[in-house]
Design a protein around this ligand. Structure first.
Ligand SMILES: Cc1ncc(COP(=O)(O)O)c(C=O)c1O
Length: 379
């Protein structure tokens, strides 16, 4: 079948899974208000950093007794800082169902050389989280960005547990409900769901995580960039905006504007509703077309941010080449940038559906997907 090009294009063709699209009203000029060329330790810098922390707390509903810090090296920095600082005190369970979770397994098993219990699932599947021993420390990813598989809820995690839960929530925070009572360490980066600038990570600690930090010293060397305690006490300043090293005040300003925008669309509830609507449009498209499917096998685990898709048409002989060619056609038409599957993931497409993406743009993209599929089949 030959189909002609759809008449309308998405207004914004940015569907990358990170850095993600800027929020719709983003405007570079407004960043003029950033205190550039000033010390981040001056009152003006500290106030901005403190505001970023407190507004994050308010928007995400983080309990008052949890600590929130801005840390270096994006989400990776936050996760590694947590693992290096906390692990080793008790047995560890590492959980992975896609590439980023697998990276944390490598860190713990090969670098920290801990004898961890490792539970993995294939791309599209999820580990049985209810079967884990939560008296061990458990490290997992809430939303597997490269598989499009997410935790359906925190139900599987017991509220009372002896171990800590360390959760990489970078493509979940601001798009999915995070049950704070089930999470001892939560991390994310600004470049994800709110479309902020890369560089910084957010590290959220429960009182039990802080207690571990203050009562346990890991046996391995700790670079300055990972140090959260001094003399056996939490360095409180980090959680008031006194960052370990120099932050980008431009990135901070950008994050503050992104938080403003998030509030303007109804806060967390509004952001979740936007991501849900975007993802639903893609799910409906898959339901209506028998040549494309969600990579997530169980509908309850389908991500509403990093929606991963696979082609199922029997005429396709080289899946990877086919998916690449489709993504290339869409990019060449300025219809969709960066929607090829992640390099370690099964062949297919990945369409970012987080709240900064407009549903109208997702809906405008989908007919083009059908066009590119047919064009590539014909080719
Ligand atoms: C689940 C997950 N973890 C970690 C990362 C790494 O994030 P960053 O590059 O912000 O360190 C990503 C980035 O895509 C991710 O999706």
């Amino acid at each position: 079948m030959d189909i002609s090009k759809p008449a309308a294009r998405p207004t914004n063709p940015r569907f990358s899974s990170g850095p993600c699209a800027k929020y719709p009203s983003f405007n570079l000029q407004q960043l003029d208000s950033a205190p550039l060329g000033r010390s981040h330790r001056a009152a003006v810098g500290k106030d901005k950093l403190k505001a970023a922390i407190e507004e994050t707390r308010e928007l995400l509903g983080v309990p008052a007794e949890y600590h929130i810090g801005i840390v270096p090296a994006s989400d990776t920095g936050a996760v590694e800082m947590a693992m290096w600082s906390l692990l080793g005190a008790r047995p560890v369970t590492m959980v992975a169902w896609e590439s980023f979770g697998a990276g944390w397994v490598t860190d713990v098993v090969k670098q920290l050389k801990l004898d961890a219990t490792v539970k993995t699932a294939d791309y599209g599947e999820i580990v049985d989280m209810a079967a884990l021993d939560y008296d061990t420390d458990v490290v997992f990813t809430w939303n597997g960005t490269t598989a499009g598989v997410r935790m359906p809820s925190g139900e599987a995690i017991p509220a009372r547990r002896a171990g800590l839960t360390i959760c990489d929530a970078t493509s979940a925070a601001f798009a999915q409900d995070l049950p704070w009572d089930k999470l001892d360490v939560t991390t994310f980066s600004w470049q994800k769901v709110l479309g902020g600038e890369a560089a910084h990570g957010i590290l959220i600690l429960s009182p039990r995580a802080v207690e571990r930090l203050e009562t346990y010293t890991p046996p391995w060397p700790m670079p300055k960039i990972f140090r959260l305690t001094k003399g056996g006490k939490l360095i409180d300043g980090i959680f008031r905006g006194e960052t370990i090293n120099t932050p980008s005040m431009l990135a901070v300003e950008d994050y503050l504007y992104a938080l403003d925008w998030a509030r303007s669309v109804g806060g967390l509830k509004g952001l979740i509703a936007r991501a849900d609507a975007n993802a639903q449009a893609v799910f409906d498209f898959c339901a209506a077309n028998d040549w494309i499917e969600n990579l997530a096998v169980d509908p309850a685990t389908r991500s509403n941010t990093s929606v991963c898709l696979k082609f199922t048409d029997a005429r396709i002989t080289d899946g990877a080449a086919f998916a690449k060619a489709v993504a290339k056609r869409l990019e060449a038409e300025n219809v969709a940038y960066d929607i090829g599957a992640y390099r370690d993931a099964p062949a297919g497409l990945r369409i970012w559906c987080g709240g900064t993406v407009e549903t109208a743009d997702i809906k405008a993209l989908l007919p083009w997907l059908a066009w590119a599929f047919e064009a590539e089949i014909n080719a």
